[in-house]
Design a protein around this ligand. Structure first.
Ligand code: FAD
Length: 358
């Protein structure tokens, strides 16, 4: 029997809306850090939840894994040691990295499991509206149920209702992406990124999957690959939030457009923001989350100007900017370009995205 908000009025200190990486992290970290009464509301169940959350490259850096604060046994599909960037002009840049393809659905289940073990309450319903922004505000469910709460964490993804209601100024550009899981195997341990003007500021990715590969690109920029076993379509919300807190309501993850605007990595940023918001609330100081997020390297690493510049670049220009890095991001040419080139800002933006954007 699914647990819905029910017809009655149940009061919580915090209601978290959405059990993706941002919301699951916020809910779990709230109970690790406090004795607050917390409800986690999620509209999708079982297969639909799993299908939604498999729509992802599931790539995360070693630093991102460390920030999860959970035992990771059984969650790593495979370690990642190399990123290969393929630029126009036949320029291939190979970078050594430390990261993994994670079983994202299993990670979310584990976080939810810990949250429930610590006394959290799961509500299987869809939030339709929120009334008020103060103690006792009302969270209404599609089923007709209702919760009251003193705080709301909006972790409801790219099309966030919480953002629309409390942060109307934050209007992201939605980059629709198609991802296909195919039965064709790709190299283990390697993430491939293909840049070209026809990806319109984005890129094509080819990542390993359990049985084959994940291939994705901005919608309509390529034909469907061969051997597709599963396909998905979702939006990546690109914007730079000026605020993530409004009174007793805050946003985390894609709801707050915290996905990195160059790498499009958002698992680590959502988990980090969820943890930051939880710790601020545990100290009864939500405004602290606003200050910490804005001052963080994650916020600084998301560079809309670089995304815009890439969107309008020709292949010739891409080949020109990639040229100093043909032998990698270290070495004489690369160092000189980082220090002296007129494209220095763009190179630094890429480096920051590599460090904080996945
Ligand atoms: C094609 C693609 C590939 C990607 N690959 C990567 C990658 O390899 N690495 C990486 O780091 N990032 C990747 N990302 C980005 C990453 O998936 C997102 O940034 C991340 O999922 C954000 O997490 P979130 O919790 O904020 O939102 P979401 O994952 O979108 O979760 C939101 C949750 O809220 C629920 N919800 C929504 N509305 C309501 C409502 N009204 N009531 C109740 N529940 C609601 C949803 O059902 C969902 O479970 C990719 C994104 C795309 C589109």
């Amino acid at each position: 029997m699914p647990n819905t908000g029910g017809a009655g009025l149940s009061h919580h200190d915090v209601v978290v809306i959405g059990a993706g990486p941002g919301g699951a992290s916020a809910a779990y970290h709230l109970l690790l850090a406090s004795k607050l009464k917390v409800a986690l509301v999620e509209r999708l169940e079982d297969d639909r939840f799993a299908h939604y959350h498999r729509m992802c490259g599931e790539g995360i850096s070693q630093a991102g894994l460390r920030g999860i604060d959970l035992p990771l046994e059984g969650l790593i599909e495979q370690p990642i040691a190399i990123v290969e960037e393929h630029w126009p002009g036949d320029i291939d840049v190979k970078v050594k990295v430390k990261g993994a393809i994670i079983d994202r659905v299993a990670l979310l289940k584990r976080m939810k499991g810990r949250f429930l073990d610590m006394g959290g309450e799961m509500v299987d319903d869809s939030v339709s509206r929120i009334v008020g922004n103060g103690p006792g505000m009302e969270v209404h469910m599609a089923s007709g149920g209702k919760l009251t709460t003193d705080h709301v964490i909006g972790a409801d993804g790219a099309h966030s209702k919480v953002r629309g209601r409390f942060f109307p100024e934050l209007e992201p550009r939605l980059i629709w992406a198609d991802q296909f899981i195919t039965d064709e195997r790709t190299e283990k341990g390697v993430l491939h990124f293909h840049y070209d003007q026809h990806y319109l500021g984005g890129y094509k990715w080819v990542f390993p999957a359990k049985e084959g590969s994940r291939i994705g690109f901005p919608r309509g920029t390529e034909k469907m690959p061969e051997g597709v076993v599963e396909r998905h379509r979702r939006a990546i919300p690109i914007a730079k939030p000026e605020r993530v807190v409004n009174g007793r309501v805050c946003l985390v993850g894609d709801a707050a457009c915290q996905v990195n605007s160059i790498s499009f990595g958002g698992i680590r940023t959502a988990i980090t923001a969820g943890r930051m918001a939880a710790k601020a609330l545990a100290k009864d100081d939500l405004a602290r989350y606003q200050r910490e997020w804005m001052a963080s390297s994650f916020a600084k690493a998301s560079d809309i100007a670089t995304y815009r510049r890439l969107s309008s670049m020709s292949n010739e220009e891409m080949a020109r900017i990639a040229k100093p890095f043909g032998k990698g991001y270290v070495g004489f040419n690369a160092t000189m370009a980082m220090i002296f080139s007129r494209d220095r800002a763009l190179y630094l933006a890429f480096r920051k995205a590599g460090n904080y954007g996945w």
